[in-house]
Design a protein around this ligand. Structure first.
Ligand SMILES: Cc1cc2nc3c(=O)[nH]c(=O)nc-3n(C[C@H](O)[C@H](O)[C@H](O)COP(=O)(O)OP(=O)(O)OC[C@H]3O[C@@H](n4cnc5c(N)ncnc54)[C@H](O)[C@@H]3O)c2cc1C
Length: 386
């Protein structure tokens, strides 16, 4: 493994080592690659994460969680991004949903959903994006929940929903009144509810975690399926987005580092002109430049997590961290593919997986241009450009 340049506390270092030991034991690179090629979720690794207490990190012990906060989450996600990227993406969704439940769920919702999620007994999906567009989400949101005498009835379609075919629970954002931003509400909906159809979309990456189009056709849910405050679903989700940005940044750093590690190994083995290709300065420099990008992105991510734990605003810093990490991941994996050359096309080797997986966090959960818009507006003080 490449030396970790940022300093963690002893406990955080122990957490990282315990997690890496578990991933190496349960799902070493060869297995992760096989599952990716056959597009399968890693149920054994999910069970092992549950046993290690990883699924409850970010939730207090009083609520049955494992304690820890933003820093522990990014440490976990970086290690998973490096070693088992599809599971890392699953965990970004999982941490978002446990946070939404922790902050907005009723006592009964916490008991019925948060506890089983943290024990690994159920899985959940987050249904926000619609086919009309994920960036201008308020304009695109057509899914409606209409109040009935004894509950709600949901109609609409969601797009690109991770895990919808394999999860038990969905957090669904739906329009409950006409107001643009104060007219959405969050609902907790069992995936098996009558009227829900999840159809898997064929995707080019994150193959160990299903991506779906989801149709809601007269889905009836009870009154108490509403989570949080009626019509306030959008601000409630926005409140978790800085955390999701940092978490996405951590996965991107993991992907970038993973790509550099396998490339370093390859460059030391592969020979040309009677010497390892890693001896050529052009190869060394490409790797050094990519290394600078990913390590500085990690420092920004860790600092954003530290500030978040201290209760400070992190909108600018988490956007910078997310932009820098997503770009570093693309740079590291591109460099890796160039150095692997022909071998980069071998689907039994992980570099091509890192190269494909790195694309996700360039546009999700916040696309790179929107991160720049946020920095321009809130850091430079420019007027909004859109
Ligand atoms: C594998 C995968 C998993 C996903 N999982 C989930 C999930 O679990 N739940 C969920 O709700 N969603 C999920 N998504 C959706 C994801 O969040 C969206 O793809 C993302 O928000 C971008 O939306 P879009 O693809 O519709 O792009 P669009 O909104 O169509 O944007 C296209 C491009 O337009 C540009 N653009 C738009 N507006 C501006 C602007 N103001 N200034 C500058 N440029 C702009 C950007 O460059 C952007 O990249 C997933 C997507 C994928 C591919």
């Amino acid at each position: 493994m490449l030396p970790q340049l940022a300093k963690l506390t002893e406990e955080q270092e122990m957490l990282r080592q315990a997690l890496e030991g578990t991933i190496d034991r349960v799902s070493p690179v060869s297995r992760a690659q096989k599952l990716d090629n056959s597009k399968q979720f890693d149920n054994e690794l999910h069970a092992a994460l549950s046993e290690l207490g990883i699924l409850g990190v970010g939730v207090s012990e009083e609520l049955g969680g494992g304690g820890g906060g933003a820093i522990e989450q990014v440490v976990i996600l970086e290690a998973l991004g490096r070693k088992a990227t599809s599971m890392a993406v699953f965990m970004v969704v999982h941490f978002m949903i446990t946070r939404l439940l922790k902050e907005n769920g009723s006592e009964a919702q916490k008991r019925d959903y948060l506890t089983p999620l943290m024990k690994g007994e159920i899985k959940a999906s987050f249904c926000l994006t619609e086919a009309g567009g994920g960036t201008d989400i308020l304009a695109a949101m057509k899914t409606k929940a209409i109040r009935e005498a004894d509950g709600w009835i949901i109609n609409g379609n969601k797009m690109w929903i991770s895990g919808a075919s394999t999860s038990d629970l969905m957090v669904v954002l739906a329009r409950t009144s006409e107001h643009r931003s104060r007219g959405l509400s969050m609902f907790l909906v069992p995936t098996k509810a009558r009227g829900i159809t999840a159809s898997e979309v064929s995707t080019m990456a994150i193959n160990g975690y299903d991506t779906n189009a989801v149709a809601f056709d007269d889905v009836r849910i009870p009154e108490d399926a509403l989570m949080g405050v009626l019509d306030d679903g959008f601000p409630q989700v926005i409140a978790t987005l800085n955390g999701e940005r940092m978490n996405a940044a951590a996965v991107a750093v993991g992907i970038g580092r993973g790509a550099l590690e396998v490339t370093q190994e390859y460059a030391l083995e592969r020979a040309a002109f009677g010497r390892p290709i890693g001896q050529f300065q052009a190869v060394q420099h490409q790797l050094s430049i990519a290394g600078i990008a990913v390590e500085t992105a990690w420092l920004a991510t860790l600092e954003a997590a530290r500030r978040d734990e201290a209760g400070e605003a992190t909108d600018v810093l988490s956007s910078m961290a997310k932009w820098a990490s997503a770009r570093a991941a693309v740079q590291c994996t591109d460099t890796g593919m160039e150095i692997f050359a022909g071998a980069g096309f071998d689907t039994d080797l992980p570099i091509q997986r890192y190269y494909r997986d790195a694309r996700l966090y360039s546009f999700a959960p916040l696309n790179q241009n929107m991160a720049l818009n946020m920095i321009a507006e809130r850091w430079f003080g420019f007027p909004r450009s859109f």
